[in-house]
Ligand binder design. Structure first.
Ligand SMILES: C[S@@+](CC[C@H](N)C(=O)[O-])C[C@H]1O[C@@H](n2cnc3c(N)ncnc32)[C@H](O)[C@@H]1O
Length: 271
């Protein structure tokens, strides 16, 4: 099992369930930006717990269809159950949603079979983001739309000491491989390289507000930060939690809460 798959299998049950539902808010924003229409056929590449999938299903309506693909069977099982539990107009489950286990690096669908492809916080997890973007361009009909989010920055101002404390508990940092998505212009360049036009990239600040250091600690395990947290050896997790929460304690705002500033990069493009 790959490291990415193991992490998302582990985090699936708690994913986006702690704190302010950061992914759900950004997924809704992304599908609004990409511009979905009633009747559209949409691929959500790396759908997770449905942050983009459900708002997309609302927008395309009963005449449209949204297919979610995720590498993690646990994510797919949970998001499938969520889709079944939704009962629009008194019906049973969302009839316009399908979720399948599959690889967002090279989704296996016929060329030109989608009006829109969206991908929320997945491109950085793929071995070759440019090849994936080329594959998405291929899956879109001419004039079809693409939209993605990636983290532009995590652990914003003020959080350096907390990050330092956490790092001190992570013995093996692995080999840091520079991503073509790292430079500010990286995502736009890859989209153009993949043949997309009308490329628009915007960075938006998003403050994650957490009730206190305990909720912050739980958030770190229930979000995309899980990949970093898993690097803390099991035997050290309790001590790391005590030390990191003590460092986070100093960051409380006057009302006692913690503000974890993120920068989200939104990209939209046309095939
Ligand atoms: C940070 S989560 C984002 C989930 C969702 N798109 C959202 O915005 O909340 C990343 C998701 O991508 C999935 N993933 C990672 N690599 C993948 C791949 N190669 N193919 C399909 N899904 C992948 C993970 O299992 C996880 O559900």
């Amino acid at each position: 099992m790959s490291r990415v798959l193991r992490i998302y299998e582990e985090v699936a049950a708690d994913y986006d369930q702690v704190g302010p539902a950061f992914y759900e808010a950004n997924g809704r924003e992304l599908v609004n930006l990409v511009g979905l229409r009633a009747g559209d056929r949409v691929l959500d590449a790396g759908c997770g717990r449905g942050a983009c999938l459900f708002p997309a299903a609302d927008l395309v309506g009963p005449s449209g269809e949204v297919i979610g693909v995720d590498l993690s069977p646990a994510m797919v099982a949970l998001v499938g159950a969520q889709a079944q539990a939704r009962t629009p107009d008194g019906g049973q489950g969302l009839a316009n949603v399908q979720v399948v286990v599959g690889d967002a690096q090279a989704p296996d669908f016929p060329a030109g079979s989608f009006d829109v492809v969206v991908s929320g916080f997945v491109l950085r997890l793929l071995p070759d983001p440019l090849a994936a973007l080329r594959a998405y361009a291929e899956l879109l009909r001419p004039g079809g739309r693409f939209g993605a989010t990636i983290y532009a920055a995590t652990f914003g101002e003020g959080w350096g000491e907390v990050r330092r404390v956490l790092s001190s508990y992570i013995p093996s940092k692995g080999v840091e491989v520079a991503s073509p998505l790292d430079p500010a212009s990286g995502l736009a360049g890859l989209l153009e390289g993949a043949g997309f036009g009308e490329v628009l990239v915007v960075d938006e600040p998003f403050d994650i507000w957490l009730a206190d250091p305990d909720e912050w600690w739980r958030y770190m395990w229930a979000s995309g930060y899980r990949g970093m947290m898993d690097g803390i050896p099991a035997a050290d997790r309790e001590r790391a939690g005590v030390a990191a929460r003590a460092a986070a304690e100093r960051l409380r705002e006057p009302d006692g809460r913690l503000r974890l500033p993120q920068q989200v990069r939104y990209a939209t493009a046309t095939r």
